[in-house]
Design a protein around this ligand. Structure first.
Ligand code: 5GP
Length: 191
């Protein structure tokens, strides 16, 4: 998505450890007009499929998912991160290790909100090593629901997450695929 790539070049910042900061428009300050274009693009890609729920993970995924959901006219469910030891019986849970924070969370979703008849589109901001996306997939599988696909805003294609998830036969559509990032701030994209 050209508009997104241009914005990443203009406002993205490369940090040590392969972290791309997009706090100016996606992860801290949010450009809602751009999000609206992102929502439109995900609808163009997945709108011909039956989707009855958008699923994401707190916190950064929620705003994006809500805009996407307006195009599909379906609700958003988001998985919650918890460090709590007592996970109640009425939730599905899975561990996720955060790429940016380096810690492991249990991620939960109430069994009330994921059902076997659901057809789910996953939305998230980044795909790096694939741990977050794999966690969301695990939760959907626990519920016996169908995964229509995953819509990712920025995939760091030089990390293995894309390969990990696509090799499971899951359709992953990323609006910007970063091919390389260097410490001097240069960012290139896959064709
Ligand atoms: P993964 O689990 O695929 O390694 O990482 C995905 C999650 O980590 C995303 O939900 C995102 O919040 C965060 N993340 C991974 N890489 C980056 C990055 O380069 N920049 C930012 N801002 N977040 C990232």
């Amino acid at each position: 998505m050209k508009l997104l790539e241009e914005r990443i070049i203009k406002d993205g910042k490369v940090f040590p450890g392969n972290v791309l900061k997009v706090d100016r428009f996606l992860n801290h300050q949010v450009d809602v007009k751009l999000l609206n274009e992102i929502g439109k693009e995900f609808y163009r890609l997945f709108g011909d499929k039956e989707v009855n729920k958008i699923f994401t993970i707190e916190a950064s995924g929620i705003g994006i998912a809500c805009i996407v959901a307006q195009y599909f006219d379906v609700p958003v469910v988001f998985a919650k991160k918890t460090l709590g030891k007592n996970i109640s019986a009425d939730v599905y849970s899975t561990p996720i290790t955060s790429f940016t924070h380096g810690r492991t969370y249990d991620v939960i979703v109430s069994q009330e909100f994921l059902n076997p008849e659901d057809k789910i589109l996953i939305i998230d901001d980044f795909l790096a090593q694939g741990c977050a996306l794999q966690g969301l997939i695990n939760l959907i599988k626990s519920a016996g629901a169908e995964i229509v696909g995953a819509g990712i805003v920025i995939e760091k294609a030089f990390q293995q997450g894309g390969e990990l998830i696509r090799s499971q036969g899951i359709r992953v559509e990323s609006l910007a695929r970063v091919k390389s990032m260097s410490d001097d701030g240069t960012i290139t994209f896959c064709d």
